[in-house]
Design a protein around this ligand. Structure first.
Ligand SMILES: [Zn+2]
Length: 481
């Protein structure tokens, strides 16, 4: 049996997080709103209305194009894509066709196995979304809220070679969209939608076989599972001597199987023509530069810099740049701390990250600001508090918003290393336990650990155990003479 490789291309639709729709002032995000409440004559396509382009849509799409290393076109056009469907009230969708907003581009995918897969995109364009159709009790219900919601469409080249690589593309794309703050990129809410084209060929071959298209994969796990299932199906078909037919398949997430939707029809004739109601989009150098001012250091660049500049392991750098707010937080804390960045990373990844996840916050929303985290680590470094006090201090600062040093002082959390205070506690422990003192003197010297334990208990864990041990030994020896 020959070895096969998969050829996978992904088509993604990204909902931009603008306040209003692409061609009218209706609210763009209707996730929690009742059907047909965010609509107007423009987005429902009533006669006599004219669309007005939302500038923020262009700017967010240009940011994405730049981050994808695509070339932003100085001139692009909107086109009418004509087709009839009940949730498309105008009878056409305003999209871009032969003169899209940006061309070319790629995204690098560092794979967990250690290699990097470069995924190309041919073009990037903006368009309006259609409405939603729902079948209920034998009726077809239509919600126009989604009509006119701004989308970016990007189609990758046939560059992906496994289900894992496809999943990784979606993971990195989602990270990038959130990093740029241009989309919530929540697959469950349809902010990031993905269709996959899948074919197989003997490994090393350079021709393409007929492909199938998988629709409606709405989570990263589904992307991976659906594609893997389809690769295995195609291999079984070919091994059995059958031909792969160009089907359109639908992934049933609950059942974990693919259903045939239809045999792929010939390329539909959408009768594209330039949209006469909208001017072409002209992006001159000045506007482009003004948009690029908002282009941040990208996640993979920052990840590389974190290993280089701070000497972090790749594992740490990857987690700390998983989300922009977290990576900003890390850098703020490193700056405030001034010591070993790996120490900050450990505190962040072990304790602060758990707090962020439990509370469903972004790092930037914490009341435990980077300077406070740095302060806590310094208090531990200086021996003012022990590590377990330091960890409980994280929660305390987060719930009260007070400065760590202030809490330490107000609640008397400082480690008891004051000799006089420890001497008093130690003397008390010895006086209360004459039998153990006698055993110790009779030669059971291992009891010293038990005495230290008692001192720790009485000091509520704040005693310096080393110092307590020295004082206890002194006190017992003194009582012997
Ligand atoms: Zn509207």
């Amino acid at each position: 049996m020959p070895e096969y490789e998969a050829i996978i291309g992904l088509e993604t639709h990204i909902q931009l997080n603008t306040t209003t729709k692409i061609f009218c002032s209706c609210k763009a995000d209707s996730w929690e709103d009742p059907p047909n409440t965010n609509i107007c004559p423009v987005c429902t396509g009533l006669p006599g209305v004219l669309p007005v382009l939302n500038q923020a849509v262009v700017e967010k799409a240009v940011l994405l194009a730049a981050a994808m290393h695509a070339e932003v076109q100085p001139l692009s056009y909107f086109d009418r894509k004509n087709y009839f469907y009940p949730d498309l009230p105008k009878g056409y969708q305003i999209s871009q066709y032969d003169m899209p907003l940006a061309r070319g581009g790629y995204l690098d995918l560092p794979m967990p196995a250690g290699y990097t897969r470069q995924v190309t995109i041919h073009k990037l364009h903006i368009e309006e979304d259609a409405g939603k159709t729902k079948h209920e009790h034998g009726q077809r219900l239509i919600d126009f809220n989604r009509c006119g919601v701004p989308l970016v469409e990007m189609v990758t080249g046939p560059d992906l070679r496994s289900a894992d690589e496809a999943a990784q593309y979606i993971i990195r794309l989602r990270q990038l969209l959130r990093w740029l703050d241009i989309s919530e990129a929540d697959m469950e809410k349809g902010h990031l939608r993905c269709d996959a084209n899948v074919s197989i060929r003997p490994k090393g071959a350079d021709y393409l076989n007929p492909k199938t298209e998988i629709k409606n994969v709405n989570s990263i796990v589904s992307v991976r599972d659906a594609i893997q299932t389809e690769i295995e199906r195609q291999i079984r078909q070919v091994e059995a001597g059958n031909r792969i037919e160009a089907w359109t398949l639908e992934w049933d997430e609950a059942e974990g199987l693919l259903r045939k939707m239809r045999s792929k029809e010939n390329l539909a004739d959408y009768r594209y023509f330039h949209e006469p109601d909208l001017l072409p989009v002209r992006i001159d150098a000045a506007w482009r530069e003004a948009i690029f001012v908002d282009l941040p250091e990208l996640p993979l660049e920052r990840r590389a810099r974190f290993t280089r500049q701070y000497g972090l392991p790749e594992y740490d750098a990857d987690i700390l740049t998983g989300e922009r707010s977290l990576s900003d937080y890390f850098e703020g804390a490193v700056q405030a701390y001034g010591g070993d960045p790996k120490r900050v990373s450990n505190w962040l990844m072990n304790d602060v990250l758990r707090m962020i996840n439990e509370r469903g916050l972004l790092a930037g929303d914490l009341r435990l600001v980077p300077a406070y985290l740095a302060e806590i680590i310094k208090l531990v470094d200086a021996g003012t508090i022990n590590i377990s006090t330091g960890k409980s201090l994280l929660e305390n600062v987060e719930s009260t918003g007070r400065a760590p040093a202030e809490i330490v002082q107000a609640e008397g959390l400082a480690r008891v290393s004051d000799e006089d205070a420890l001497r008093v506690i130690s003397a008390g422990v010895l006086a209360e336990n004459p039998e153990q003192v006698a055993s110790y003197k009779a030669g059971k010297v291992t009891l010293i650990g038990w005495f230290v334990g008692q001192v720790m208990k009485k000091s509520q864990g704040k005693a310096d155990p080393q110092l307590a041990r020295t004082i206890l030994e002194q006190l017992i020896t003194k009582s012997e003479s």
